[in-house]
Write a protein that binds this ligand. Structure first.
Ligand code: IPE
Ligand code: IPE
Ligand code: MG
Ligand code: MG
Ligand code: MG
Length: 330
């Protein structure tokens, strides 16, 4: 408790200005503390909600053609962290102080899009990876043709799910617009993947590297936060703060992914470690070193935390998640 207060310079000063200083100081400290067990519960509940929705929304294994449904489920149910649905749900909680009914379907659609991006990222023509989420990659298990189609199918199913979200039609259209742009070619996921491939075996400048990471990864993470907010009825100001949070934490997320590729083992990551160096990828450690990259991630974490100050105590779970994303080991 005391450590957390010391880390928050404004808190003690604020408490001293009040008549019931001691009590409000305690309250301010309590607000700053989102305990590890609260974070574990947020992660666990979010994962459970996302998994149940995915189970319900993906075609069953026995549905014809079974090969592609097996491939889709192989990659989706391989033990991903489900961070994107969790961020989406916690953005909704920051806005409405509760989980809007049916938001898990939005989270599931975002996870389908993320999984599609991973299946395609692993293909021989892209990163050529054999291991994903602790399992053989989709093309290793099912062949390249089915893997390409499984990625496509997760994408089309995601939009099918989005078209049926249980929120006002205007919000539904905004959500679809936000997600389709974030995964597209202009500052979006596909654009980032293209420049990531084109930058292999070169030493890109810092601006190009940031463009790659913001586009291939931060754009979709930002869309998770923004659309979670929109689903919960966020005001334009609230959307702006969520966007700001997402842009910072999304970039930090990919910087940390680059660092983990160098510092962790394949067994720890459930994907091939050391792959970026072998493929001469444009990464933050390659340009700024491991310590320089960690410093950048820490700065982005601070910027993200400042952005959700706007929500007061309702933003505490997002703040805590942001720290978790930066400090994660997998
Ligand atoms: C991996 O994302 C791909 C990147 C964008 C860096 P995650 O680290 O969220 O992967 P899963 O979903 O937990 O497998
Ligand atoms: C992947 O980046 C980004 C997307 C899938 C869009 P990486 O290529 O670094 O992801 P990993 O390390 O294979 O998970
Ligand atoms: Mg890649
Ligand atoms: Mg990859
Ligand atoms: Mg990586």
């Amino acid at each position: 408790m005391i450590t957390a207060c010391r880390k928050a310079p404004g808190a003690a000063a604020l408490a001293r200005l009040t008549t019931a200083g001691a009590i409000s100081h305690a309250l301010v400290c309590a607000r700053l503390l989102y305990s590890p067990s609260m974070l574990s519960q947020t992660l666990e509940n979010g994962r459970k909600l996302a998994d149940e929705a995915l189970e319900r929304l993906l075609p069953p294994l026995e549905e014809r053609p079974t090969s592609i449904h097996k491939a889709m489920r192989h990659s989706v149910f391989a033990g991903g962290k489900r961070l994107r649905p969790i961020l989406c749900m916690e953005a909704a909680r920051a806005v409405a102080n509760e989980l809007a009914e049916g938001i898990e379907d939005l989270g599931a659609a975002l996870e389908m899009l993320h999984t599609y991006s991973l299946i395609h990222d692993d293909l021989p023509a892209l990163d050529n990876d054999d291991l994903r989420r602790g399992r053989p990659t989709c093309h290793k298990a099912f062949g390249e043709a089915v893997a390409i189609l499984a990625g496509d199918a997760l994408q089309t199913r995601a939009y099918d799910v989005l078209s049926q979200l249980r929120c006002p039609a205007e919000a539904r259209v905004k959500i679809i617009e936000e997600i389709s742009r974030a995964t597209g070619t202009v500052n979006g996921m596909i654009g980032g993947q293209v420049v990531d491939l084109e930058a292999e075996h070169s030493r890109p400048d810092a601006e190009t590297l940031e463009y790659i990471h913001r586009s291939k990864t931060a754009a979709l993470i930002t869309a998770c936060l923004v659309t979670g907010g929109i689903y919960a009825g966020a005001s334009p100001d609230e959307v702006n703060h969520l966007r700001c949070f997402g842009r910072s934490i999304g970039l930090a997320f990919q910087i940390v992914d680059d660092v983990l590729d160098v510092t962790q083992t394949s067994a720890q990551l459930g994907k091939t470690a050391g792959k970026d160096l072998a493929s001469e990828k444009a990464t933050y450690p390659a340009l700024f070193g491991i310590e320089g990259s960690k410093k950048k991630a820490a700065e982005l974490l601070e910027a993200a935390s400042n952005a959700v100050e706007y929500f007061g105590s309702r933003g505490d779970s997002l703040k805590s998640l942001a720290r978790f994303l930066v400090e994660r080991r997998t």
